[in-house]
Design a protein around this ligand. Sequence first.
Ligand code: ADP
Length: 163
Amino acid sequence: LEPKEEFEHSSLAVDVMRPRRSDPALAVLTQEGMTVGEVEALVESTHYSGFPVVVGTFVFIYNGRKRQEGVVSSSQVVFTEHTPSQAPDAPPPLRLRGIMDLSPFTVTDHTPMDITVDIFRKLGLRQCLVTHNGRLLGIITKKDILKHMAQITNRDPDSILFN
Ligand code: ADP
Protein backbone atom coordinates (compact mmCIF):
# COMPACT_ATOMS: atom_id res chain seq x y z
CA LEU A 1 0.00 0.00 0.00
CA GLU A 2 1.13 3.46 -0.86
CA PRO A 3 1.53 6.23 1.69
CA LYS A 4 -1.36 7.81 3.48
CA GLU A 5 -1.94 10.71 1.06
CA GLU A 6 -4.17 8.36 -0.83
CA PHE A 7 -6.65 8.63 2.00
CA GLU A 8 -6.77 12.42 2.08
CA HIS A 9 -10.42 11.92 1.20
CA SER A 10 -10.67 10.95 4.87
CA SER A 11 -12.46 7.70 4.21
CA LEU A 12 -13.78 5.86 7.24
CA ALA A 13 -14.06 2.13 7.85
CA VAL A 14 -17.80 2.39 7.20
CA ASP A 15 -17.08 3.61 3.64
CA VAL A 16 -15.01 0.53 2.82
CA MET A 17 -16.67 -2.28 4.76
CA ARG A 18 -19.13 -4.82 3.40
CA PRO A 19 -22.02 -5.28 3.18
CA ARG A 20 -22.93 -1.99 1.49
CA ARG A 21 -26.42 -0.70 2.27
CA SER A 22 -28.00 -2.44 -0.72
CA ASP A 23 -26.18 -5.75 -0.17
CA PRO A 24 -27.56 -8.79 1.62
CA ALA A 25 -26.79 -8.82 5.35
CA LEU A 26 -23.41 -9.89 6.73
CA ALA A 27 -23.27 -13.69 6.69
CA VAL A 28 -22.54 -14.88 10.21
CA LEU A 29 -22.50 -18.12 12.16
CA THR A 30 -23.70 -18.44 15.72
CA GLN A 31 -21.64 -20.16 18.38
CA GLU A 32 -24.45 -22.48 19.36
CA GLY A 33 -27.40 -24.11 17.72
CA MET A 34 -26.24 -24.54 14.13
CA THR A 35 -26.00 -27.91 12.42
CA VAL A 36 -23.38 -28.94 9.88
CA GLY A 37 -26.12 -28.86 7.22
CA GLU A 38 -27.02 -25.26 8.09
CA VAL A 39 -23.39 -24.13 8.08
CA GLU A 40 -22.76 -25.90 4.76
CA ALA A 41 -25.85 -24.30 3.20
CA LEU A 42 -24.61 -20.87 4.27
CA VAL A 43 -21.06 -21.50 3.06
CA GLU A 44 -22.35 -22.80 -0.27
CA SER A 45 -24.76 -19.90 -0.81
CA THR A 46 -21.91 -17.36 -0.63
CA HIS A 47 -18.39 -16.97 -1.96
CA TYR A 48 -16.88 -15.58 1.21
CA SER A 49 -13.78 -17.15 2.65
CA GLY A 50 -14.53 -16.18 6.25
CA PHE A 51 -17.56 -15.98 8.51
CA PRO A 52 -17.79 -14.09 11.77
CA VAL A 53 -18.96 -16.37 14.57
CA VAL A 54 -21.24 -14.44 16.86
CA VAL A 55 -21.12 -15.25 20.55
CA GLY A 56 -23.20 -12.72 22.40
CA THR A 57 -21.25 -9.59 21.60
CA PHE A 58 -17.99 -11.37 20.84
CA VAL A 59 -17.00 -12.31 17.33
CA PHE A 60 -14.57 -14.80 15.90
CA ILE A 61 -13.75 -15.69 12.33
CA TYR A 62 -14.34 -19.15 11.01
CA ASN A 63 -12.24 -19.96 7.96
CA GLY A 64 -12.65 -23.09 5.98
CA ARG A 65 -14.33 -26.43 6.27
CA LYS A 66 -13.42 -29.69 7.84
CA ARG A 67 -14.68 -33.25 8.05
CA GLN A 68 -14.52 -35.25 11.26
CA GLU A 69 -15.34 -38.87 12.01
CA GLY A 70 -19.06 -39.68 11.97
CA VAL A 71 -20.14 -36.10 11.35
CA VAL A 72 -23.35 -35.79 9.34
CA SER A 73 -25.56 -32.90 8.22
CA SER A 74 -27.62 -32.99 11.38
CA SER A 75 -24.51 -32.86 13.63
CA GLN A 76 -24.26 -29.82 15.85
CA VAL A 77 -21.45 -27.41 15.04
CA VAL A 78 -19.47 -26.67 18.18
CA PHE A 79 -17.30 -23.60 18.48
CA THR A 80 -16.83 -23.92 22.23
CA GLU A 81 -14.02 -25.60 24.16
CA HIS A 82 -16.31 -28.21 25.70
CA THR A 83 -18.98 -30.12 23.87
CA PRO A 84 -22.44 -29.22 25.16
CA SER A 85 -24.52 -32.16 26.35
CA GLN A 86 -26.47 -33.84 23.58
CA ALA A 87 -29.14 -36.54 23.30
CA PRO A 88 -27.48 -40.01 23.59
CA ASP A 89 -28.52 -40.90 20.04
CA ALA A 90 -27.31 -37.60 18.54
CA PRO A 91 -24.60 -37.81 15.87
CA PRO A 92 -21.11 -36.68 16.88
CA PRO A 93 -20.66 -32.91 16.74
CA LEU A 94 -18.33 -31.09 14.36
CA ARG A 95 -15.72 -29.28 16.42
CA LEU A 96 -14.45 -26.12 14.80
CA ARG A 97 -12.83 -24.17 17.60
CA GLY A 98 -9.35 -25.18 16.49
CA ILE A 99 -9.63 -23.50 13.10
CA MET A 100 -11.14 -20.26 14.34
CA ASP A 101 -9.33 -16.99 14.65
CA LEU A 102 -10.09 -16.34 18.32
CA SER A 103 -9.05 -12.70 18.31
CA PRO A 104 -9.96 -11.14 15.01
CA PHE A 105 -9.01 -7.52 14.71
CA THR A 106 -11.89 -5.10 15.07
CA VAL A 107 -12.28 -1.41 14.26
CA THR A 108 -15.29 0.84 14.76
CA ASP A 109 -17.24 2.15 11.78
CA HIS A 110 -15.76 5.62 12.36
CA THR A 111 -12.12 4.57 12.37
CA PRO A 112 -10.27 6.54 9.68
CA MET A 113 -9.04 4.32 6.86
CA ASP A 114 -5.46 5.56 7.09
CA ILE A 115 -5.31 4.09 10.59
CA THR A 116 -7.05 0.90 9.45
CA VAL A 117 -4.58 0.48 6.59
CA ASP A 118 -1.69 1.03 8.97
CA ILE A 119 -3.01 -1.77 11.16
CA PHE A 120 -3.51 -4.10 8.18
CA ARG A 121 0.08 -3.47 7.16
CA LYS A 122 1.66 -3.77 10.58
CA LEU A 123 -0.28 -6.84 11.69
CA GLY A 124 -0.38 -8.46 8.26
CA LEU A 125 -4.16 -8.75 8.41
CA ARG A 126 -6.27 -10.30 5.68
CA GLN A 127 -9.58 -9.16 7.10
CA CYS A 128 -10.93 -7.18 10.00
CA LEU A 129 -14.37 -6.77 11.52
CA VAL A 130 -16.23 -3.49 11.86
CA THR A 131 -18.43 -2.70 14.86
CA HIS A 132 -20.84 0.06 15.88
CA ASN A 133 -21.57 0.51 19.58
CA GLY A 134 -19.95 -2.85 20.20
CA ARG A 135 -22.22 -4.64 17.74
CA LEU A 136 -20.93 -6.37 14.63
CA LEU A 137 -21.67 -4.32 11.53
CA GLY A 138 -19.43 -5.59 8.74
CA ILE A 139 -16.12 -6.84 7.46
CA ILE A 140 -13.20 -5.32 5.56
CA THR A 141 -10.86 -7.53 3.56
CA LYS A 142 -7.46 -6.59 2.19
CA LYS A 143 -9.00 -6.71 -1.28
CA ASP A 144 -11.78 -4.32 -0.22
CA ILE A 145 -9.09 -1.82 0.77
CA LEU A 146 -7.19 -2.25 -2.50
CA LYS A 147 -10.39 -1.78 -4.49
CA HIS A 148 -11.33 1.30 -2.52
CA MET A 149 -7.88 2.82 -3.00
CA ALA A 150 -7.98 2.08 -6.70
CA GLN A 151 -11.36 3.78 -6.90
CA ILE A 152 -10.35 7.00 -5.17
CA THR A 153 -7.05 7.20 -7.03
CA ASN A 154 -8.49 6.02 -10.33
CA ARG A 155 -6.03 3.20 -10.69
CA ASP A 156 -6.06 -0.46 -11.51
CA PRO A 157 -6.34 -2.43 -8.23
CA ASP A 158 -3.62 -4.80 -9.47
CA SER A 159 -1.16 -1.90 -9.68
CA ILE A 160 -1.47 -1.18 -5.96
CA LEU A 161 0.56 -3.62 -3.99
CA PHE A 162 0.47 -4.34 -0.31
CA ASN A 163 3.88 -3.60 1.21
P1 ADP B 1 -11.72 -11.17 -0.75
O1 ADP B 1 -12.11 -9.75 -0.47
O2 ADP B 1 -10.27 -11.44 -0.56
O3 ADP B 1 -12.29 -11.68 -2.06
P2 ADP B 1 -13.78 -12.79 0.53
O4 ADP B 1 -13.96 -13.72 -0.62
O5 ADP B 1 -13.86 -13.37 1.91
O6 ADP B 1 -12.39 -12.04 0.44
O7 ADP B 1 -14.87 -11.64 0.44
C1 ADP B 1 -15.42 -11.18 -0.76
C2 ADP B 1 -16.27 -9.94 -0.46
O8 ADP B 1 -17.34 -10.28 0.42
C3 ADP B 1 -15.50 -8.81 0.22
O9 ADP B 1 -15.97 -7.59 -0.30
C4 ADP B 1 -15.85 -8.94 1.68
O10 ADP B 1 -15.86 -7.69 2.34
C5 ADP B 1 -17.24 -9.54 1.64
N1 ADP B 1 -17.43 -10.51 2.74
C6 ADP B 1 -16.51 -11.35 3.27
N2 ADP B 1 -17.05 -12.13 4.24
C7 ADP B 1 -18.35 -11.77 4.32
C8 ADP B 1 -19.46 -12.20 5.12
N3 ADP B 1 -19.32 -13.16 6.02
N4 ADP B 1 -20.66 -11.59 4.93
C9 ADP B 1 -20.81 -10.62 3.99
N5 ADP B 1 -19.82 -10.18 3.21
C10 ADP B 1 -18.60 -10.73 3.36
